[in-house]
Design a binder for this molecule. Structure first.
Ligand SMILES: [Zn+2]
Length: 469
């Protein structure tokens, strides 16, 4: 048994976003007891720690103890290319910056270097679980899973599928047949790969796989139809679906206009919902469901939001990225009111912050800046919920991690604000205002320097040897 003594902050139970405001646990002199199997045996006040747990226990002191952060949308092949100037919005940036950058991962040695750096950045940011948009190249995906498991982190990923695209994407494209075969192969080799010993159910594994078409414009109706068949056959094993939705609404030639024109559908979401033929006629199986996560969803119709909620699908909200590409602001009140699960995504490399609290900081500011009565000051407890428990819920793994409730896997971060200039004093001052005040200052102000320890299933995550880079 190892007992961590510090200020515990987490969202207890299984509340909705709104309910999370009253589910905040703040225990300034708290204890987190982690047993030998990596599960939380106790969390709460130090004074309430059962005596039986303290026999032979190792006690470690910690500043703040929070659940590990969950990033539900991050592009591994863009690890080294945040802040690339594309001179335009989404489609121009993809063509000029992203496709050339991602092509470089065709070199397996370079891909391994990127995979190692990706894992290092995740550990620096305390991101214990992530839904990772993958590379087109299978060897690069192998490096990603191997490096992630070596470090002891959780991952859901899938190779980025493209069967059509501009010239700069040519190295990323495959035939229809290859797109299906490569995705099936990745599922066979990596979905639940580490589950064998402890829990044979792939849904309990650290490494799991998603079906990931880049977006509707990078594939054809035929690709989507065949991916629907593939997904229908693998859904029961807990395979995920992940893509982009309604990001750029520039009139005429933006992403949404181009999707509607090239497919002839009524709404963008129809293309992922088995209705990608002209007039949104049925084309095959839907890709939506409780393990389906769509990034952005900035410009959804009410009907699309209703359909996302009805199918149990989730939104990866990426405000930092939306600022960078001028994609607009997801209407907060309307999206929350739909009942769709909203979690947070860095969207590296259109986003340029690896730390989920930095994305929460942008989230707070952009929704505070919505016009008129749409403006909202998101409660600090809701911010913590969005960066932790909501991510676990979006990944359909809420029963395993996302908060510090006893019985869950011990996925947590230790924060040491003393490592960040002036931060300790700011937090002391905030403490005069109570728990929510401390939490708000912590989430809005923290940087990577404060992340002092990152644990998954009770084991400290190990960054790859930097000598390999
Ligand atoms: Zn993205």
């Amino acid at each position: 048994m190892t007992i961590y003594r510090g200020h515990l902050l987490h969202i207890s139970g299984s509340p909705s976003l709104e309910e999370s405001t009253s589910a905040l646990v703040s225990e300034p002199d708290g204890a987190l007891a982690v047993d030998a199997t990596g599960r939380i045996a106790y969390s709460g006040a130090w004074s309430g720690l059962p005596a039986a747990l303290t026999d032979d226990a190792v006690v470690a002191t910690a500043g703040y103890l929070l659940p590990g952060f969950v990033d539900t949308h991050v592009h591994y092949p863009q690890t080294l290319t945040t802040d690339e100037f594309g001179g335009g919005e989404l489609l121009e940036w993809l063509e000029r910056c992203v496709f050339p950058a991602e092509t470089r991962l065709s070199d397996p040695a370079f891909a391994d270097l990127v995979a190692a750096e990706f894992v290092r950045r995740r550990i620096s940011a305390g991101t214990t679980a992530a839904l990772v948009f993958g590379s087109a190249f299978p060897e690069a995906q192998d490096a990603l899973y191997a490096r992630t498991l070596e470090a002891g982190l959780r991952i859901v990923s899938g190779r980025g599928i493209q069967t059509v695209g501009p010239a700069s994407a040519s190295a990323l494209l495959t035939t229809e047949d290859a797109s299906i075969a490569l995705t099936r192969d990745e599922i066979d080799r990596w979905h639940g790969q580490d589950a064998g010993g402890r829990a044979p159910d792939p849904r309990t594994a650290l490494a799991q796989v998603a079906v990931v078409p880049r977006f509707s414009l990078s594939v054809t109706p035929e690709t989507l139809r065949r991916l629907g068949d593939l997904y229908a056959g693998t859904r029961a094993d807990g395979v995920y679906f992940h893509s982009h939705l309604n990001e750029n609404d520039r009139p005429g030639d933006g992403e949404i206009a181009a999707v509607r024109e090239s497919y002839g559908v009524d709404t963008y979401l129809d293309t992922y919902d088995g209705r990608c033929l002209p007039g949104s006629r049925t084309s095959g199986e839907s890709l939506l469901g409780r393990r389906s996560i769509l990034a952005h969803a900035v410009h959804c119709t009410d009907g699309e939001l209703h359909r996302l909620a009805a199918t149990g699908s989730s939104i990866a909200h990426c405000p930092t990225s939306q600022l960078f590409l001028g994609s607009g602001t997801m209407p907060w009140r309307r999206t929350v009111a739909s009942g769709t699960t909203i979690a947070m995504g860095t969207d590296i490399g259109a986003g340029d912050e690896w730390l989920i609290p930095r994305v929460l900081n942008d989230c707070f500011k952009v929704h505070m800046s919505e016009l008129g009565d749409r403006s909202v000051a998101i409660d600090p407890a809701q911010l913590l919920f969005l960066g932790t428990l909501a991510g676990a819920r979006a990944l359909d793994q809420e029963q395993r991690f996302g908060n510090l409730d006893a019985g869950k896997d011990a996925d947590f971060v230790i924060l040491d604000p003393g490592a960040q200039p002036g931060f300790e004093l700011s937090l002391q001052t905030a403490s005069e205002g109570g728990a929510r005040s401390v939490l708000f200052t912590l989430l809005m102000g923290m940087r990577e320097a404060s992340v002092a320890g990152v644990f998954v299933r009770g084991r400290r995550a190990n960054p790859p040897d930097s000598a390999s880079a």
